[in-house]
Design a protein around this ligand. Sequence first.
Ligand code: DGL
Length: 289
Amino acid sequence: MQVDLLAGTAYRSAGLALRTPTILVFDSGLGGLTVLSRTMQAHAGAHVVYAADDAGFPYGRLRENDLVARVLSVMERLVARFHPDLVVIACNTASTLVLPALRARFAIPFVGTVPAIKPAAAATRSGLISVLATPGTVARDYTRGLIESYAGGCEVTLVGSTRLAGLAEAALKGDPVDDDAILAEIGPCFVARAGTRTDVVTLSCTHYPLLLERLKRLAPWPVDWIDPAPAIARRVTQLLGAPAPQTGSGSSEALAVFTGGVGLTGPLRIALAGYGLAQVVIEPMPLAS
Ligand code: DGL
């Protein structure tokens, strides 16, 4: 099926002068919407495609070799179809593993989303920080490397949540999600000992900021919740350049692509439209069993 991307905005950067770039924002599911919003705010005139590999969701349960193969094959299809100028991997579970393989395979820039351990270490006053992520992300060598490089003076608690990404998707679809279920997932992030306690939690799965207001409300005590989305949007601007100011605010509509589409209910379509994703297509790519 041919899909027309919406009219866009000329860019100033040398490589993209007078051309509207296409930005592909990719996640296993709906979590990348938190990154999409910031990216669309910063690049309102760009062509934006949001790709959800929902047929592969959740990535947090996949073996590392399987995840690398899956992301490479889905990306082959998406790059051939949309010819992006830049791809945002709005998924920590994929970024902490697959970025080297993606950069070796494709000659386009990839912006990854990885646990914000350096900013967390800079922000903490108590020295106790927690990384809330999928089981895949907390198990990665890459994540351990970030801790060794940037959080040497901190005590870092890694919390691998099996359910929170799914709960965030359910909440976005308008399904009931119990406070207790959320609290059970975030509880281990809160460590209190010897008169001090955790004061920073880095949201190292892009799904989790979808629940931010509830996380704040349910937290046993107030902490700084670090959402990496603004930093990702800044990195996109560094690489693409800023949109030319004379072209105005441009479009804030984008195209959504799903690899499965099974969960595309009416309420989800309404939620997607709220993110500027009124146009939704399915690019079927079943997960090999
Ligand atoms: N949104 C993804 C991330 O940032 C993970 C969700 C999943 O397990 O697929 O890690």
